[in-house]
Design a protein around this ligand. Structure first.
Ligand SMILES: *Cc1c(COP(=O)(O)O)cnc(C)c1O
Length: 341
């Protein structure tokens, strides 16, 4: 038994999802003829209170399309300094959209009205890039899955829009936030211009993300997807997995959170651990005391068939998911408790 906690992207389709994929009705989606893709796109748009959905191969692509739709070259996007769009998308903001990034500390990655207010450039000063878009991330991966309450997002959105800025949400783990807050996903559609959600993280599909947007941005977004090489043909096999995941794998995310909390609690009791970030959803990030090298920890875990990820000079990350059950949790707890340095 291998226990893979490097990411929630490592899951394999469940038998039910596999069946849904194999029996999917498909067509050529570049010709707009794949019924399963259309169904998934509309389902996501309806769920989030938006007009249109656009199925893409990755969350990086949905983010990059969303930002490109909302900006012009030489604009500036305001985001958390550890945001996925800035830190983990290969410099795409600069390369794809020709924009600069204004990086904010935030409260565990969450931006406030004050953060936005203090970082809007003066448009009348030609030295300064034009502030264009505020990009939020929910949950925040770099901050161990911290999440926003709807009220905070509402405030940031209302303020930003009053200053003429547009709003993008990187919701790679949007549903992990929703199951904790109990907020209505439809409210989010009112607060953002573009929202990216990933189906291949906690929801457990093999591939796929959806960008939801307003009608007026749909054609532009589809055009950019084509340019990026994201027009897929009989993609309905993958879309069917997404539909299945939205119907069956959302509420169970709470189980992942409970297991992550248990891991976090156990790890914080270990003598060689310096600290554990608060475990709000399904991500556990902990740092080791200076005398213990993360590589050494990972090696010992690996010898017990447990995989985790180095996530900083002294940090390790573990992410719980659909393919990590209670038996595996017990084994992982046992292994950790026996480690010594
Ligand atoms: C995983 C992730 C993405 C998208 O990643 P892909 O691997 O391109 O699908 C985007 N944002 C966040 C916060 C993520 O964790």
């Amino acid at each position: 038994m291998t226990i893979d906690l490097r990411s929630d992207t490592v899951t394999k389709p469940t038998p039910g999802m596999h069946d849904a994929m194999m029996t999917a009705e498909v067509g050529d989606d570049v010709f707009g003829e794949d019924p399963s893709v259309k169904k998934l796109e509309q389902k996501c748009a309806d769920l989030l209170g938006m007009d249109a959905g656009i199925f893409c191969p990755s969350g990086t692509m949905t983010n990059q399309i969303g930002i490109k739709v909302l900006t012009q070259p030489y604009d500036e996007v305001i985001c958390y300094k550890g945001a996925h769009i800035y830190k983990y998308e290969g410099g795409g903001l600069a390369g794809n959209s020709l924009i600069s990034s204004r990086l904010i500390d935030g409260d565990r990655g969450r931006l406030s009205v004050k953060d936005v207010e203090e970082n809007i450039n003066n448009y009348n000063d030609p030295h300064q890039a034009k502030s264009s878009t505020v990009a939020l991330e929910n949950t925040v991966v770099r901050e161990a899955g911290s999440f926003y309450k709807l009220d905070q997002i509402k405030e940031v959105s209302e303020f930003s829009r009053s200053k003429g800025l547009t709003m993008h949400l990187d919701g790679a783990r949007f549903f992990n936030a929703i199951v904790e807050t109990g907020d209505d996903p439809k409210e989010y559609g009112k607060l953002f211009d573009t929202i990216s959600i990933c189906l291949s993280k906690g929801l457990g599909t093999p591939v796929g993300s959806v960008l939801v947007c307003k009608k007026e941005n749909e054609l532009k977004a589809r055009r950019i997807r084509k340019v990026f090489g994201g027009g897929m043909r009989q993609a309905g096999y993958l879309a069917a997995a997404g539909i299945y995941a939205l119907d069956n794998h959302v509420s169970r995310l709470k189980e992942d959170h409970a297991r992550a909390r248990e891991l976090g609690k156990m790890i914080s009791s270990l003598s060689w651990v310096e600290s554990v970030m608060p475990v709000d959803t399904n991500i556990v990030i902990f740092s080791m005391k200076a005398s213990v090298a993360p590589e050494n920890v990972l090696q010992k875990l690996s010898a017990e068939n447990i995989k985790a990820l180095k996530f900083g000079p002294q940090e390790i990350r573990m992410v719980t998911h659909l393919d990590f059950d209670d038996t595996m949790l017990e084994k992982a707890v046992d292994v950790f408790k026996k480690l010594s340095f």
